[in-house]
Design a binder for this molecule. Structure first.
Ligand SMILES: [Zn+2]
Ligand SMILES: [Zn+2]
Length: 113
């Protein structure tokens, strides 16, 4: 059995910090479609109806071999802030999570129903 990525990484303090850094640098704008995205604490000025979820994507996808390597997980060169729509498109044909897991609309790992 190989190690898979679970939610513990995405829930870690250091990831949340790096994630915020990425959004700060991008001024909460999707790197692909250039729409403003909602990031808690950074773009709260966006009205609730207009909030588009932003996700920090790993350009080199995390897998069992690199999930414990901060050169991949926390390296801002490997990170890209994109909106949920662009993120879904990116992952449309690939699976970054282990079978049975998926991202919900908030970008959290959930069990697939
Ligand atoms: Zn986008
Ligand atoms: Zn991604």
């Amino acid at each position: 059995m190989s190690r898979s990525i679970d939610s513990s990484f995405y829930n870690s303090k250091v990831w949340k910090q790096v994630r915020l850094n990425v959004w700060r640098k991008q001024a909460c704008i999707c790197n692909r479609c250039h729409r403003p995205v909602y990031v808690a604490g950074l773009s709260d000025y966006i009205s609730k109806e207009k909030r588009l979820k932003g996700i920090v994507h790993h350009k080199v996808y995390l897998n069992a071999n690199n999930v414990n390597d901060s050169n991949y997980t926390l390296n801002e060169d490997n990170l890209e802030g994109i909106c949920i729509d662009c993120h879904n498109e990116e992952h449309n044909s690939t699976s970054v999570t282990k079978p049975g897991l998926a991202f919900d609309k908030d970008g959290n790992l959930i069990k697939r129903c």
